[in-house]
Ligand binder design. Sequence first.
Ligand SMILES: Cc1cc2nc3c(=O)[nH]c(=O)nc-3n(C[C@H](O)[C@H](O)[C@H](O)COP(=O)(O)OP(=O)(O)OC[C@H]3O[C@@H](n4cnc5c(N)ncnc54)[C@H](O)[C@@H]3O)c2cc1C
Length: 474
Amino acid sequence: MSTDTIEKPAAAPQLTPARSNPVTPRRTQGRPRVVVIGGGFGGMEAVKALKGDEVEVTLVDRSNHHLFQPLLYQVATAGLVPADIARPLREIFRHQENVEVILSEVQRVDVEARKVITEDLVLPYDYLILATGSRHSYFGHDEWEKFAPGLKNLADAVDIRTRMLVAFEVAEKAIEQSERDAALTFVIVGGGPTGVEMAGAISEIARHTMTRDFRHIDSKSAKIIVIEGAPHILGSYPADLAANGKRQLESIGVEVHEGLQVTNVTAEGVEVKGGQFIPARTVVWAAGNAASPLGKTLGAPVDKAGRVVVNEDLTIPGHPEVQVIGDLACFTHQTGKPLPGVSPTAMQEGRHAARNILETLSGGQPMNFHYWDKGTMATIGRNKAVADLNFVRFGGFFAWIAWAGIHLFYLVGYRNRLAVMGEWIWNYVTFYKGSRLITGTSDGQDALRYPAPGSQPECSPDNAVHTVPGHSKP
Ligand SMILES: Cc1cc2nc3c(=O)[nH]c(=O)nc-3n(C[C@H](O)[C@H](O)[C@H](O)COP(=O)(O)OP(=O)(O)OC[C@H]3O[C@@H](n4cnc5c(N)ncnc54)[C@H](O)[C@@H]3O)c2cc1C
């Protein structure tokens, strides 16, 4: 595929003058060019649906792989390795000849000039599909991110895995009981599906996987705490299923606090409303999402979470050639509320956006989007899950089997499906979690310093007490 339609930007990108009527597609190389930004669930489905020779497709992503986010928590808790749940975009589309893949971070979109401006390129388009998803939001407290990382990409997952494993190591060599307790306390802020899944997986690793690995601590004594600000965890589920999920969590030793707001997060732990402080070395943020900032560069209306308010056909006002999909879109036309930020929404919108482009090119009219809600499910740990399939709700073992089957089915690539299935079977039989490796992200390196920065006790004879056999203070 030729790239002669791609320009290198000048220091400040030079854009063509504003265009008045965007409806008629501009042809590049005889075929209209569709730029898709983001190769996540929405973008990937859109590109697949644009297979054929009616259009040229440019897929731009700042990472080189498609990531199966629903299993990210298993990488963060050492159950899977990153390569099990991600696949290079180039490989996914190697046989789709009308697609080129560009690795670049998009900085903004000039909808009037119909150009996408990345860190190193200017990409003209006839049609644009924007699918850059969301990040976690700290509700105006971005300073908490350092102490309570969120889980959105592979780097986040490896960072959290490092922090979790380092916490057990710190507990093993801790001298003071208070330090050991803080190291063995894991706080998950947010009781949505991701928070619940994280809590269940940490509980499993502490109660089963690591029980014979340490000599000075009992890993089973680890405290796992979920703090949810809303009245109930799993708030998007029917009340009976959410209560079922809470019971299942508590049955594996997870403490659940509902209706409790976190007011501060520091290197030492979490403060909650009312002033109580929970000392904890590891805090994971699973509360709140903010849309990708790219949405705001379109000049279209956005909601409080930064999602682009789209028309019924997923386009933005005044620009029928621009469609926004997935977590970045706020589509309220069906239920009066935004559609849930889940992968089926993104995938269905991706396919719809592609169909509308092809329909328009063949002289037809774009169709309004309609979401087919197939239900939701979340796993809580071994043999434990909740499932709401609209026509039936259930929890426990059968929900867990259904969860596993559906996740395997949607995972991209046979290699990944086989690898994950193999890991799961092995893990189920042996309780073994194979990727308990502490690898050095910069935060991980920091975490490895012992005692934690700032927590170095005064060096006095009183402190030189050996509370752990064979251990003394430096
Ligand atoms: C931990 C976790 C667990 C989840 N579990 C579930 C689940 O069990 N079931 C479920 O249905 N949903 C789940 N979700 C939600 C689901 O993953 C999202 O709804 C879905 O990924 C949204 O798809 P998307 O295409 O909008 O965005 P994404 O899949 O997030 O893709 C966005 C893409 O855009 C790229 N990008 C972002 N900004 C730029 C830029 N400036 N320039 C270039 N590229 C950019 C990113 O690299 C990424 O590839 C989970 C999400 C997370 C984080």
